[in-house]
Each structure stands twice: as C-alpha cells, then as structure tokens.
Design a protein around this ligand. Structure first.
Ligand code: FHN
Length: 589
C-alpha cells in the first residue's frame, strides 16, 4: 500500500527557510503529548534518574563530512545526500560504502567519554534516513559488515563497552524515511527492475526485520529512538512497537515513533524549554551545530553552555540528550570531548544537582541561574555570580533550615535574610567555581514557592514573552532553520493590533529606575510603549531586523517594593510583522 505525504511534504518542510507552522512540526517530529502511563515511568527509570545521555549520529555520511566533489554544503551532515544538500543519486551514495573504513572507531573510548561526561546511556544511529545500517543486518546488505571494507559490527563493541562501564545503551532508527530502499519514506518509488515499490515493501522487507534485529542482537537495550514519523500510518507504528515490547519489554520508546504511541515526549530538535514541562520528556541537542560530523563545524558548546542547557532541562522537569558526531574514520572531534569531559568534572562534584533531581518550583530559570530540587533541598546553580555579594531569590515561602555554598574542597555556611518576600543570601565576592557555583538550601519541608517573576536588583532580568498574558496580539511558538536542519525556536508575541499588549506581573524588591530593553525582530522602525499599570509610561522608536536583537527603550521607575503589572505594546510601524521575544530590566547602579 502507499500513503500520501502531507500537503507540505516533510522534505519541502525541511527545505524551507521560512517559519514552519507548529502543527507541521508536530507531524514531522510526532511531538504531540504522549500519555504518561505508569509503566512508562517504570521503564524510564534510567531515563528519569539519569537525566543526561549521549546521542551519536554516525554513518556513511560522516565520511563525506559535508564536502562533495570539493564543494562544502552547510547544514546537518546526515542529510548530505538529500536534494536540499548535495543531491547525491542513490547508486552513487550507496557506492560510498566501498570506501567506508572507520578504523579509528574505538567503542571503549567513546563509552568512556560518555561516562566521564556524566552521561548515563548512549543512543546511536543504527540506521538513519540514508538507509545504511551501522550494524550487521541480515535483512539488508546495505550495512557496515556486508558492504564496507571494515567488515565489523561496531554496535556490538559499543553495546559491550556500555555494559562494561555501567551505561545504558539504545538505538536510533529512522522507521519512516529511507532514501535508498524502494518504497521507503522519501525513497525511490520503483525497485531495481523498475517496478513500482510501496511503503509496505519497504516495511516488510527492511524496516520490520531490522527492528527485530536491533532489538534481539545486542542484549538488553534501554531505548529505541524512532524519528520523523511524518504521516506514517498508525498500523505500522503499532507493529514496530509490539516488536520492541516483545523483544525488549523494559526498553523505552521515543515519542517520535508517532501517533502518541511512544513512552515519552521528545521536544523539537535543539529546543530547551523555558517553562516547566509536565510528564516524561527529553530535549535533544548537539555539541556543535550539525548532528553528523561536518568538517567546517567548529562552533562547539562550551562546558558552561553544556551545563546551563543540561540544568535548564532538569530544572524544567526533563532529560537532556547531547549529540556527538564521530568522523568517518570513527574518531571523535577532540573539542567535543574536551567540553563534555570538563562539564562532566563539574557534574562529578555536584551529582545531586542533576541526577534524579526534580524540576524547579519557580517553573522558569532565574536571572543568575537555575534551581533543581531533591526532597527538601534546593540546589541553586549560580552561573552569573553577583558582584554585589548578594544573591536574590524571589518568592520562597518555606522556612530555611540551613544554606551552604558547596565547593570542591570545602562547604561554607552562608547567611541569609528575608525582605518583602525575597530571600537574600550573603555571598563571598569571588565564586568558588568557574562554571557554576552551587548553593544548597535545606528547607523545613517540601519547597513552597510563589513563582511570580522577580526583577533582580543586582543583575539583568530577562523576562520572556511566553510568560506574558497577551491581549489583542498573538502568542505562538515559531520554528525556523538557521542553517539547513539547524532548528531554532522561540515563543513570541506578534500580529500586534491597536490596543494590544503583552503583560507580566513582576515583583520588585528594590525600588528605583531600571533600564528597559526589548528583544524583537521586525521590519523597519517600530515604536514600542512600556507601561506600569497605574504608573509610568515610556515609549521610543527603534529600528528592527529579521534577526532577534535587543534595543533599549528607556528608564522606568518602580516607586516602591511590591507587585506591578508591566505591559508592552507595539504602537507604530509594521506592527503585524513585529515579533517580541523578551523584555529586560537592568538595575541602574
Ligand atoms: O531528520 C533528523 C535529523 O537528521 C536528526 O537525526 C534529528 C535528531 O533529532 N532528527 C531528525 C529531524 O528532527
């Protein structure tokens, strides 16, 4: 049988540089909320306890490293054969197998990097959209053992290495898309003899048998990570899931299996949520910009960025899976390893901040960092150390039993005081840690918090548009690609109409003037107004560009401590196109 791809086919969707509607992203990623069933939580013990995993994109495409016939293609490397990248014909792409010989692949070394990084399991591409199996598949000869000079199954080595080091192991599998097998999603429409091929052909001859293989040849695995279900009919997904359940009853299945049939939800690629997300979920991200190795891609995440993104995920209630893309020879780029290990050393000093930690009761990050929780303890990870010597924590209602600044060598008790519903911790002038310092706050019970946004009196407070109440304009998430396949997303307020506004309730501890700026994109000059309900109004004209940029608006006065409603309106210019991402308040010293 055949099935029709959507009105906006997946491939066209990925080719677009424009904003992609949220429903289409949902169809591509299958990110619609997965029902949290009790058994999911049980299966997901490693996932929920671990909170941090390694993703690996490695395949034939890694050999090309985004360069074909001397030309460099910018974007996600595993898509190199696609027509939006180098457009490599199927036969030509398949012949790459003849030269694929990853002699530098060292499974133990990779597993050790994951271990040193503090990751708890590894998920690797067993077959990506290109259809090449990175394991020994009896079902299809286009695989690393039968089609390459390497002739070995590196997945066996990696599964063994993970087990030796006490790491979980699992497979990525592209179940819908297969660009080289007749009938596969976005693949050839006819077989070698020119006969029409159907999705059924691909499913029965390749996909289903390969799922049986990867779930039966590598011992117990923790996870099967299906991807891009597109509009794959439900019956196929159900069949695959029943195979996984039968062969690996304890393995989790990613939400991208489709039709809400997975065990948990995977957010959009490279998406770190800004507000707490309920249920079992993960964010997937990569150490540079591409998933698979790309020779030019040297834009690495620093150890601090890795920790910030990891702790943001844990703080929002989820799990973080961070990708590396080994080279075609199997080696791993050193800069990725270095950043991962460096961040891992920090995690080893503060495991309680990350593993089995619960979401922040503030429900969003705070200006200086983030909060994670374990039982009656709060862990404040301070990424921006306040030079004022005071750390301001808004809205904590629970009684504090003790507060201490954790350190590698010593733990220092710190004092605190309460003022207008805020807790102010007295800190030494110099942070004990370079990446993030941790304050452990023990409470007399489970944390009780008022999550109202606080305006920090010592550092800049960035208040996101997605936390606003919006009237007369639209608040929606927007996804777009920076480079091909490099997804970005933002929640923004747009389509401003006369009288429309975005309003936040904020809590001020120290009254006075604050410098207000707005982060937005748009066309031409725009006039923005910022109001305090019952108080001051300021407005200003600034330019705009298609990229989100921050522009100053002016000073705004909060006359006394307490609660305020602050509103932003787009008053003049192309208000339809104006897209507000955030408002910032910077204290004036
Ligand atoms: O198309 C794939 C892409 O190549 C990569 O594997 C990512 C990882 O999440 N998943 C798909 C796009 O969302």
């Amino acid at each position: 049988m055949t099935y029709k791809l959507a009105a906006i086919p997946l491939i066209a969707l990925l080719a677009t540089t424009a904003i992609v509607p949220a429903q289409e992203m949902d169809k591509m990623w299958g990110t619609s909320v997965v029902k949290l069933r009790a058994e999911n939580a049980k299966r997901g013990q490693l996932f929920a306890d671990g909170n941090y995993a390694m993703f690996i994109h490695w395949g034939l495409y890694s050999q090309l490293a985004n360069k074909v016939n001397g030309k460099t293609y910018y974007g996600i490397g595993e898509w190199i054969m696609n027509k939006n990248m180098a457009n490599i014909p199927v036969a030509e792409y398949k012949s790459l197998a003849k030269t694929f010989n990853p002699v530098k692949f060292d499974a133990m070394k990779i597993a050790q990097v994951a271990k040193d990084a503090g990751m708890k399991y590894i998920i690797i591409t067993s077959k990506h959209h290109d259809g090449f199996a990175m394991y020994h598949s009896k079902a299809n000869a286009f695989n690393i053992v039968d089609a390459t000079p390497f002739k070995r199954d590196p997945m066996k080595d990696l599964a063994t290495a993970c087990r030796k080091l006490g790491l979980g192991f699992g497979f990525y599998y592209s179940h819908n898309q297969d660009w080289t097998f007749p009938g596969g999603g976005n693949g050839p429409k006819t077989d070698e003899q020119g006969n029409p091929a159907t999705f059924d052909d691909y499913f029965e001859k390749k996909c289903l048998p390969q799922i049986k293989e990867i779930t039966s040849q590598y011992g117990p695995i923790e996870l099967v990570w299906f991807d891009t279900p597109g509009r794959m009919p439900k019956k196929y997904v159900e069949e695959l899931i029943s195979v996984v359940r039968k062969n690996q009853p304890n393995a989790l299945i990613s939400g991208r299996a489709g039709h809400g049939l997975g065990d948990y939800r995977t957010l959009g690629d490279m998406e770190i949520p800004r507000q707490n997300v309920a249920g079992l979920w993960e964010s997937v991200d990569t150490t540079n910009d591409s998933w698979a190795y790309a020779w030019y891609d040297e834009y690495w995440k620093t150890p601090k960025e890795i920790l910030r993104r990891l702790i943001s995920c844990v703080g929002r209630g989820g799990t973080y899976m961070l990708n590396i893309g080994p080279r075609g020879d199997g080696s791993v780029p050193e800069r990725a390893t270095r950043s991962l290990r460096h961040a891992g050393e920090w995690i080893r000093r503060y495991p309680q901040v990350v593993y089995a930690a619960d979401a922040s009761p503030w429900k969003h990050a705070l200006p200086w960092g983030d909060v994670t929780v374990k039982d009656n303890k709060l862990f404040l990870s301070v990424f921006e150390w306040p030079t004022s010597g005071k750390l301001y924590l808004p809205g904590l209602r629970s009684k504090i039993i003790s507060a201490q600044l954790l350190g590698d060598k010593q733990t220092t008790a710190i004092t605190h005081q309460q003022s207008n519903g805020w807790t102010i911790f007295q800190l030494p002038p110099v942070a004990p840690e370079k990446l993030a310092s941790v304050i452990e706050v023990s409470l007399d019970g489970h944390p009780n918090v008022d999550p109202t946004l606080g305006i920090d009196p010592s550092i800049k407070t960035d208040v996101l548009a997605e936390l606003a109440q919006v009237k007369g304009a639209k608040l929606a998430q927007k996804h777009w690609m920076e480079k091909f396949g490099e997804w970005k997303c933002v929640h923004r307020v747009h389509h401003w109409t006369p009288g429309s506004k975005a309003t936040w309730e904020v809590d001020v501890i120290i009254p006075g003037d604050y410098n207000v700026s707005l982060t937005y994109s748009g066309e031409g000059r725009l006039v923005w107004g910022v109001d305090i309900k019952g108080g001051e109004h300021i407005q200003n004209q600034q330019n705009s560009s298609h990229n989100y940029q921050t522009f100053p608006i002016g000073w705004l006065n909060f006359p006394k401590p307490g609660r305020y409603h602050v509103s932003v309106s787009c008053l003049k210019g192309n208000t339809e196109a104006a897209s507000l991402k955030a408002i910032q308040f910077t204290p004036i010293p």
